[in-house]
Design a protein around this ligand. Structure first.
Ligand SMILES: *Cc1c(COP(=O)(O)O)cnc(C)c1O
Length: 398
């Protein structure tokens, strides 16, 4: 009964549930016999993969070096913020205890800052969804350690003022942290280092080919600009050989596509997202109607007759589609966040658009049908709290 990204459309925004080539799984399976305590001279190939990936990711992002210590994006954020703090402390700049986070940020950004012992200052977005530079200016001062941003941001919009923002933050003595979870549309097109970011993480399990449904092992390598390199004097992998399988998948992905084809991912993902957005904007509310990158957000169904985003998501299951991310980001009450990725065919995307249009029509004609959805799945609407708190993960023996 499982639903997989190989067999169906999986448009979860902010997660990049992209197709992960099977060949990468096969390559990784060749290396699953490595023992954590094997003598170093017998695993020189592992070291070579890490060295190659350090260079490849540095080139892709415009950073100087990477550590592969962090095992997730959030772990990377914490590591990166600790580096930021070290940098300021090494200069005797002890008053820098605040981190600026946009109101559109992913929840892990303020959470990581808090775990790092930093205070959070929120910068507002403008009505067009981009960071409000005028709101940012008065926040900057000698107490600011830095700013955390993702670009394109959580609404899928490219922060066009990033150069000005970088100049302002640097001028006040702060650093820029790049949340690389949204790197997909920028691969080979734009580099965070060139935008002015000093520290960043990548989610190899989002952008570089590790399947992450089910929450399995991840990798959130942290890259730094030249002046932060001295503080990268920390282990370059997590315990033993680190999450080597994930590094190897990313390595296979980069080498398979090569310099030229890596550049295809971003434009294709961007094209898919804009095509869906434009095809559906007459039946779903589009709060920000500009060109998006790899994902975009609707604010619920256009007709106002009590049909919620949850109803739409549940009805999609009846038609065999995995629901998009819903009720995130928090900026809109009925958010539906759609990320089609670069690998879906026009046929699949057109099929999704048709079903979304059908659901909008059903919502107008027969709202009850949607309130009761899904009708065709083995279970209907479970108690979601109980399902999360007391999951039943095996068949009962009876
Ligand atoms: C997924 C995501 C994160 C967190 O990454 P994890 O690997 O899940 O810890 C951070 N920021 C953004 C924008 C994300 O989409």
């Amino acid at each position: 009964m499982n639903f997989g990204v190989d067999t169906g459309f999986y448009p979860l925004g902010s997660c990049t549930m992209k197709y992960n080539p099977k060949i990468n799984e096969e390559i990784v399976s060749q290396f699953d016999g490595i023992h954590p305590l094997q003598p170093e001279e017998t695993v020189k190939g592992v070291r070579a993969v890490y060295d190659f990936m350090d260079k490849a990711l540095a080139e892709i992002t415009g950073m100087k070096h990477f550590t592969f210590l962090p095992c997730a994006g959030a772990h990377g954020e914490l590591t990166g913020l600790m580096l930021m703090r070290e940098y300021h402390m090494s200069r005797g700049d002890l008053a820098r205890t605040k981190v600026i986070v946009p109101d559109s940020a992913h929840g892990t950004n303020p959470a990581s800052a808090a775990v790092c012992g930093l205070d959070i200052v929120v910068v507002k977005s403008r009505p067009d969804g981009l960071v409000d530079v005028e709101d940012l200016k008065p926040l900057l001062g000698p107490d600011i350690a830095g700013i955390m941003m993702t670009n394109p941001n959580t609404l899928g919009l490219f922060e066009r003022d990033i150069k000005e923002i970088a100049a302002l933050v640097h001028e006040c003595g702060g650093l820029l942290y790049y949340d690389g979870a949204n790197m997909n549309p920028l691969l080979g097109v734009v580099r965070p280092g060139d935008m002015g970011f000093d520290i960043m993480h990548l989610n190899l399990h989002k952008t570089f080919s590790t399947p992450h449904g089910g929450g399995g092992p991840g990798s959130g390598p942290v890259g730094v600009a030249e002046r932060i390199v001295p503080f990268l004097d920390i282990p370059r992998t997590s315990g033993f050989h680190g999450n080597f399988g994930i590094i190897l998948r990313a390595c296979a992905y980069i080498l398979t596509l090569g310099r030229e084809n890596v550049k295809m991912a971003g434009p294709l993902a961007t094209l898919s997202a804009n095509y869906i957005k434009e095809s559906l904007k007459d039946c779903y509310k589009l709060p920000i109607p500009t060109v998006c990158k790899h994902e975009f957000v609707f604010d619920g169904i256009a007709v106002d007759n009590g049909v919620s985003t949850l109803d739409v998501a549940k009805r999609l299951l009846d038609y065999g589609f995995h629901a998009p991310t819903i009720y995130f980001p928090l900026l809109f009450h009925q958010a539906i966040m759609i990320e089609p990725t670069e690998t879906e065919s026009l046929e699949t995307i057109d099929g999704f658009i048709e079903v979304m249009r059908t659901i909008a029509r059903e919502a107008a004609e027969d709202p009850e049908l949607l309130h009761g959805a899904p009708h065709n799945t083995p279970i209907g609407r479970p108690d979601e709290t109980a399902a999360a708190r007391q999951p039943i993960l095996k068949y009962a023996e009876q």
